[in-house]
Design a protein around this ligand. Structure first.
Ligand code: 5GP
Length: 209
């Protein structure tokens, strides 16, 4: 029997804060058994409701320094004055097992991943809000942040959005259900790429024999 296994891919989702990325990635993970999320390390303190090890690994500055010094992070960046980074070990283990990894990281991290050996495993998706007014409404509606924080996030959103051209797919999240369907379709098609279907040459050779 021919071994038709798959090469795991790195599925990157970036968007400005408030574009619905977190909800979309949670929904994607719930009913897709072949993809795991990469849990980032961060020096940001936990927000209400966030769970250690599920949302982030919350670490102090010294622990983050140690992760960087040991080269334990695949990429890291500073966002809003805090550091965020992707632990290398879990990603490599998941990919090795032929499963996919979902990354909720910003444009800086995406650029760094693009510069690694793993660039050919990368699928980059950028999620845009329908309008900046809608984005601001969502940021205010969340009610967790002070007005000056919302203003700073709007400024940062414009910077994040300016990097849309560095992504493979651009989705406009004016309808979360449709957007989720589009994300699933991208994932499905990318999994079927010839380069990710290991053992295909053997399969075809056996078939023709
Ligand atoms: P938040 O503090 O709202 O959870 O995240 C702020 C920003 O940091 C989001 O755009 C998020 O995608 C990004 N982020 C989270 N984890 C990482 C990471 O490990 N690396 C990078 N480069 N960005 C991250």
């Amino acid at each position: 029997m021919t071994d038709l296994h798959r090469r795991g891919l790195m599925f990157v989702l970036s968007s400005p804060s408030g574009a619905g990325k977190t909800t979309l990635s949670r929904r994607l993970l719930v009913d897709d058994p072949e993809i795991d999320i990469s849990v980032s390390a961060t020096t940001r303190p936990p927000r209400e409701g966030e769970i250690e090890g599920r949302d982030y690994r919350f670490v102090d500055d010294a622990a983050f320094d140690a992760l960087v010094a040991r080269d334990d992070l695949l990429e890291w960046a500073k966002v809003f004055g805090y550091r965020y980074g992707t632990p290398r070990g879990p990603v490599e283990a998941t990919l090795h097992a032929g499963r996919d990894v979902l990354f909720d990281i910003d444009w800086q991290g995406t650029q760094q991943l693009q510069q690694t050996d793993a660039a050919s495993d990368l699928v980059r998706v950028f999620i845009l809000p329908p309008t900046m007014a809608e984005l601001e409404r969502r940021l205010r509606g969340r009610g967790t942040d002070a007005p000056d924080v919302v203003a700073a996030r709007m400024q940062r959103a414009a910077t994040e959005i300016s990097h849309w051209g560095e992504y493979d797919y651009i989705l406009i999240n004016d309808d979360p259900d449709r957007c989720l369907g589009e994300l699933r379709a991208i994932l499905k098609a990318e999994r079927l790429r010839r380069k990710r279907q290991l053992g295909l040459a053997n399969f075809v050779r056996t078939m023709l024999a």
